[in-house]
Design a protein. Structure first.
Length: 318
């Protein structure tokens, strides 16, 4: 039933607006993070005994853990659907709520931007909730730049990617007449979130097991990153912006093949220089974000996030 998938999207949006995040002790993604961390420790401790090379071990983890996480979501929602379709829709909405985040992202950014003008030490500390970088030496404009960059990147990672997976699978499964289409949609959202979580924990050159999680995340995030750039441009009234040569040039500066797209679009929209020292510099001719510019970035991200929820509901319906 397409309507159950749309109801699930609406429920996830409502829960996010009301609560932001599930409690940490009950959050499925937090549980997944603990499983990933423990798995990494266990494999590294037994690497010689298992006879595995780190890259092979990382490949196995990159495949097995997301499938397990998705399978748990499918089984939960399918079980509820077998009792009553609306129970399945409610459970699917809960899965989607736990795999998406908008309110927390916006609230964290507001706190950092506000403190950057009054309490730089507090802003540097709170930036850790948004960006995984050493902020101890950042001045206020660079703290705001990091917050704006994270808004754009996390819009793709934390919202658009799971919504796109959910809506696409719900629509395709429903069109094919597959039973429990909403369960498979919930599983798709959970799988994407698991892939992204693994990348955020393991996908670094310094991590022996990091190659496969990083490459898998690069593949999965290709479409969500570019769609996020388009959503940002649409809500700001410049739908052609992500396709312009200047923005495409900015998008290639970060080492990630994906994160540069929403960041470059945001830089061009504001306009603002987004600079990660010794890593990339987007639109160096513009000034670094002031409080007003960073606040505008928060508003644009909020509108893009709302549009993402609306479009996901429409795609799931049809």
């Amino acid at each position: 039933m397409p309507v159950t998938a749309t109801v699930a999207v609406g429920l996830a949006a409502g829960l996010d607006a009301a609560f932001g995040e599930p409690p940490a002790r009950l959050h499925p993604v937090a549980l997944l993070g603990r499983v990933v961390a423990r798995t990494e420790r266990e494999i590294e401790a037994r690497e010689s005994w298992l006879g595995m090379r780190p890259r092979l071990a990382g490949g196995l983890v990159a495949v097995v853990l997301p499938i397990g996480f998705a399978g748990a979501a499918v089984a939960t929602v399918a079980g509820g659907t077998s009792v009553h379709p609306w129970l399945g829709a409610a459970l699917a909405g809960g899965v989607l709520f736990s795999t998406t985040s908008l309110r927390l992202l916006l609230g964290s950014a507001r706190t950092v931007v506000r403190e950057s003008d009054t309490d730089l030490g507090g802003a540097r500390n709170d930036l850790r909730a948004l960006a995984g970088r050493d902020a101890s030496a950042l001045d206020a404009p660079h703290v705001r730049s990091a917050a704006v960059e994270s808004l754009a990147e996390n819009l793709a990672d934390g919202l658009v990617a799971p919504l796109l997976a959910f809506a696409t699978v719900a629509g395709v499964a429903s069109a094919l007449g597959l039973p429990s289409s909403v369960a498979f949609a919930a599983g798709a959202a959970a799988w994407v979130k698991a892939v992204n979580t693994q990348d955020s924990m393991l996908g670094y050159p310094s991590k022996p097991m990091g190659w496969a999680p990083a490459r898998l995340d690069d593949a999965v995030m290709w479409a969500p990153a570019r769609l996020s750039a388009l959503l940002l441009a649409v809500v700001a009234g410049a739908p052609a912006l992500p396709f312009r040569r200047r923005v495409r040039a900015f998008a290639r500066k970060p080492s990630s093949p994906n994160s540069g797209w929403p960041m470059a679009t945001m830089a061009a929209l504001l306009p603002a220089r987004l600079h990660k020292p010794d890593t990339y510099d987007l639109d160096s001719d513009a000034p670094l974000p002031d409080v007003a510019t960073a606040t505008r970035a928060i508003r644009v991200t909020r509108r893009a996030g709302v549009l993402a929820f609306v479009l996901a509901g429409v795609v799931a319906w049809f």
